[in-house]
Each structure stands twice: as C-alpha cells, then as structure tokens.
Write a protein that binds this ligand. Structure first.
Ligand SMILES: Cc1cc2nc3c(=O)[nH]c(=O)nc-3n(C[C@H](O)[C@H](O)[C@H](O)COP(=O)(O)OP(=O)(O)OC[C@H]3O[C@@H](n4cnc5c(N)ncnc54)[C@H](O)[C@@H]3O)c2cc1C
Length: 340
C-alpha cells in the first residue's frame, strides 16, 4: 500500500492550495482526483485581487489566459451603470491544472469511493494510506459524505443552481457584465470575457426559490441569451450550456473530525451575495494545511460570508440610488427578499 503524510481528495483550488502548503512544509502529499487534468470545471472563472494575492500569483509569469477588468457593468432592472472595481478572469481549464502542478504534490487520477478510518490515519479504497485526510472534492466530496454529512447536512435553501457555457468567441465588448434579478431571477447572469478570445456566459439562482415557483434556471437561460443577442454582445454562437449546483455559506459547524478536514465547496463556503467560491476554497485549503503543519485549531466560521466587507449588494444599491431622492433599502431586507 502506498503511504503518505496527507491525502487530498480533489485537485481544484481548495485541494491544490492545501497540497502546495503541505509540500512546502516538507510533507509527502498525494492528490487524488477522479478527472484527468486539465479538466473542465463549470465556472465563470472570475477571480478577485485577493485570490491573486493569496496564491502569490505572478501575473506576468502566468502562462495562460489572464484578463483584468477595471469595472463591472451592472444591469439592475432599468438601471445600467459601471461599478469601478479591479477584477480578473481566468479559464478554470488552465488555472486549476497550473495550480495543481505548481503544488508539487504527487497526482493520481482516481475516483475515490470508500474511505476507512484506522488507528493511525485513513485508508482510501484499500490502496492509499495517510495520517491526514483533506476533503476538497467539491459538492459531492467523498470525505464530506463519509465523515461530515451527518454533522453538517446540506441546507437546501443555500443551494445555487447554475447553467453556463464557455467557448472560443471573438468578443467585442471587453467589459464584464452582470444582470441582477432579471425576470425575477433570485440570482444573476454574467458575461465574462477571457483573454485571447474566450467567453463565459452563465446564469445562477437559488434552487429552492426557483423550485417553489415551478421555475428553473433553464427557462431563465433562454431569456438571458435573448438579452445577449439584443445588446449585440453575442451573436451567432451555438450555445451548449451545462448545469451544476453548489452550496453557499451557511453555518459551517464541523470542519474537522480527528485528522480529517473539509475545505472549499465540500464545506459549502461560497459567498452568499456573488456565489464566489474560488477565494474561500483557497483560504480554507491554506488553513487546513496550516492546522496540519502547526497543530493549530482549524476554523472556517470567520471566513467572510459576503464578497466584500461592506457587501457588494449594498454598494450596488447605493450606486443605483446615487443622485436620487429615494433612499437605498437596507442590505439585509434586500438580501432576504432575493433569498441571498
Ligand atoms: C457555473 C458556476 C460559475 C461559478 N463562477 C465562479 C466565479 O466566477 N468565481 C468564483 O470565485 N467562484 C465561482 N464558482 C464557484 C467555484 O467554481 C467553486 O466554489 C470552486 O470551484 C470550489 O473549489 P473546490 O476546490 O472546493 O472544488 P472543485 O473546484 O469543484 O474541485 C473539486 C475536485 O474534486 C474532484 N472530485 C470530486 N469527487 C471526487 C472523487 N470521488 N474522487 C476524486 N476526486 C473527486 C473533482 O473532479 C474536482 O476536480 C462558480 C460555480 C459554478 C458552478
């Protein structure tokens, strides 16, 4: 049986961030992922400056597509305005492969099915053994399923349903656009251009709210592609969208049991306003590694639940109401109204 200090299940941003820190500290680390990398991950691929800093990413030296926006064009009902904010886009197909290889961990394409706890650690599928086990397998993570599901059942009201397509496209508008609450969508739609002629268009909303109305993201998708065509943003594209769901930040109660940890989407860490999950995945991966290396407590309850300190939704509203005699609604009632 192959033996390691730590096995990380899942090679997305949470897994590679954790693996890299462990390897840097001298640990022997195996990352198991059921997909061969580079692999497709449905995601708009929007990353914040905090993600770039947390990863210590050398943007000049990054060998793949990297795009920077200086503003986001926000469409909110009848309003359209640009919110000044420096943000970036990458293609997950390239980014995740880059981070995983950069980690220096041993990699193995392997679909994890069964995990056994033994006195000195864990045995995975009877083939791999380790003292520490890190769950970074996203929504359907087997580490979550085996050791954490009973203590942290998924909260249905925090499930986000998405539908999206990324494709080669010679876009003409280089700006990132977001459409909030179109046709009553409890969520938003996005147009995110990537460097060198790639584009990601998608839509996401709170699954439970949609279901209660007999609605779904696919119906909103048809409305959305109509907007893209009318605005001349995307013409003549043969869309082939796919769906995926994940969980937003709830009360993250149990994130460690003995020497098993959960990180990223397996712990349901994406922010509640913009459903941003890459940053929380990386932060949690780093924290799990630090806890293993330093022997310190592993905590995630103080990770930000919203995408900016003062809340992007509130900033959007303040901007939308600027110059008007009307006052912006308070953040919390608005968040509750849209199910965030
Ligand atoms: C449509 C969409 C758009 C999004 N847009 C953004 C965005 O623009 N910005 C942002 O910050 N966040 C975005 N998110 C959220 C973000 O993609 C996730 O939060 C993030 O990928 C979580 O990273 P992770 O490492 O926890 O999991 P993942 O990236 O999902 O990685 C999990 C890995 O585990 C592997 N795995 C799963 N099961 C097993 C198994 N049994 N055995 C072995 N391996 C397994 C998978 O193959 C996968 O590689 C979006 C999500 C969706 C669905």
């Amino acid at each position: 049986m192959e033996t390691f200090d730590a096995i990380v299940v899942g090679g997305g941003p949470a897994g590679s961030a954790c693996a890299e820190r462990l390897v840097q500290a001298g640990a022997s680390v195996l990352v198991l992922d059921r997909e061969e990398f580079p692999r497709t991950k449905l995601c708009a691929g929007w990353i914040t400056p905090e993600v770039v800093a947390d990863l210590d990413l050398d943007v000049e030296g990054y060998p793949h597509r990297f795009n920077t926006f200086n503003g986001i064009v926000v469409h909110l009902k009848w309003l359209k305005f640009t919110l000044p904010s420096v943000q970036h886009s990458i293609r997950r197909f390239e980014f995740d492969d880059y981070l995983l290889r950069r980690s220096g961990a041993r990699l193995r394409t392997h679909n994890v099915r069964s995990i056994e706890r033994v006195p000195d650690g864990f045995i995975v599928d009877g083939a791999f053994r380790s003292k520490y086990l890190v769950g970074a397998g996203g929504t359907r993570c087997p580490v979550y399923r085996t050791f954490f599901r009973d203590a942290n059942p998924r909260a249905r009201e925090l499930q986000a349903a998405t539908y999206e397509h990324e494709f080669a496209h010679r876009w003409r508008d280089e700006r990132c656009h977001l459409w909030f609450f179109e046709k009553g969508l409890p969520g938003y739609a996005w147009y995110v251009p990537k460097a060198d002629g790639y584009l990601n268009c998608g839509i996401g909303g709170m699954a439970e709210k949609l279901k209660a109305r007999g609605d779904d993201v696919k119906r909103h998708w048809n409305h959305f592609i109509g907007i893209l065509a009318r605005r001349g943003l995307v013409e003549g594209a043969g869309f082939a969208p796919k769906g995926y769901s994940y969980y937003l930040r709830g009360g993250v109660e149990v994130v460690r049991t003995g020497d098993a940890f959960i990180t990223g989407d397996s712990a349901g860490l994406a922010t509640r306003d913009l459903c941003e999950g890459i940053g929380p995945a990386i932060s949690s991966g780093h924290r799990a590694a630090e806890s293993i290396i330093e022997g310190t407590e592993y905590r995630l309850d103080d990770l930000a639940a919203y995408s900016s300190d003062i809340g992007l939704v509130q900033r959007l509203l303040e901007r939308a109401f600027a110059g008007s005699r009307l006052r912006p609604p308070e953040t919390r009632p608005v968040r509750e109204a849209v199910g965030l």
